[in-house]
Design a protein around this ligand. Sequence first.
Ligand code: AMP
Length: 504
Amino acid sequence: MNPLADALVVPLQARGDAVLIRPDGSEMPGDALYRLSGRIANVLVEAGLQPGDRVAMQAEKSPEALALYLACLRAGALFLPLNTAYTIAELDYFLGDAEPRVAVCTPVAEAELRPVAEARGITLLTLDGAATGTLVERAAEMPEDFATVTRRADDLAAILYTSGTTGRSKGAMLSHDNLLSNADALVRTWRFAAADTLLHALPIFHAHGLFVATNVLLRVGGRMIFLPKFDVDTVLAQLPRATAMMGVPTFYTRLLGDARLTREATAHMRLFISGSAPLLAETHRAFEARTGHRILERYGMSETTMSTSNPYDGDRRAGTVGFPLPGVEVRIVDAESGVEVPRGEIGILEVRGPNVFKGYWRMPEKTADEFREDGFFVTGDMARVDADGYITIVGRAKDLVISGGYNVYPKEVEGEIDGLEGVAESAVIGVPHPDFGEGVVAIVVREPGSALQAEGIQSSLRDRLAKFKQPKAIFFMGELPRNTMGKVQKNTLREMFDDVFAEP
Ligand code: AMP
């Protein structure tokens, strides 16, 4: 028994049809992907890999990169995908912390990484997006037969390093059961089936593209149009072959920026899903007005994979992340007391269920800090539940602004600003203020052609928000700083505007 390999990889053997479709239209059939996973698993074992060892990958997205993940499942290794944006200094930390047996990098990064890997006794192999590199060269010489290693449900399958906006990045340890139970819950909730073709334009170094997208489609025997990255032209060209798409909110705003996104172009689509960052209610509405599709928003994080989702049938409510997934429990508690808050009030969102991770790699104290005694994991996200049970994420606890002793939830202020004529989007942060502790600052992106000024925004907010919530300073930027998953980098903004209230 090997829960994930049995569910996701072994069935590929019997599939002569396409599982992955490349942007040029060429296909990778299931049986070929299966054989490649066997060859790569043999490469890993030849490098001395034992079950439980880690395999790190920082590589471009490609069918071969996915085959490496599948090979890890078969060999009982822990897959450790790394953001392609990480620098050598960051990689050095991850390799030192996770101590992988094998690391796979791009040919370009090899020269710089080799001394780091060698000093740590790590076998370094290369892979590029065009299916070349030492990993594929060695795999070609290996037999395709590989006896899949036995694993238990609670054995680990992957480590995902959190984006780590404060302090050291932590490795979230995910088990076979975490990932498989979540894939099954999502298949049920979103009605995925063998007939589905997913337009896959997400990176595969993150839970969204790797687990939510790939595990779900492999689980049902579907297909993926496997694009190396999101690009409006390619996505629109590939859309006719797809039945569903998963994206971060920026995918949807960029598609809306193109006149070729129409009702006709999307009429054949079954489902559009969004997650990883908040989807503006306005984007949800604009997408429906243009295409007739109501985007289905869901919520999760590296530590829990997916926790909540809007319904497939029934009202997909803009600005909410829906209900807990089957088998997942969610509660909203007061941050300090840990007591559940009355319905409708804001508190910290906590999660318990088979989806919740096994802890942070080699950080037992950090792990203990973030679990309650009854097994609930403290997500650090602030949320509220409405009268119908829909959950709304209000922001991260660490983004909460406390001004003059009052709590200001940035999302509430952002919502008011975003609703103003001439505003494309906004970000609200707290920065040090001599009188108030923290002062509310808004960073606003204007709509093209708008000449909106700070005074105009201030006066519009005057009768809409309590005085303590109104921004004490407003700045304009051409765009907000975002990471690859579409999350606004509030840390960067806080650093940029840190001294606006400083006394001379
Ligand atoms: P990561 O671990 O990189 O996947 O980041 C997880 C975080 O992304 C969560 O803790 C939330 O703060 C945020 N997030 C994910 N999905 C949503 C969503 N639909 N709405 C708002 N925030 C989200």
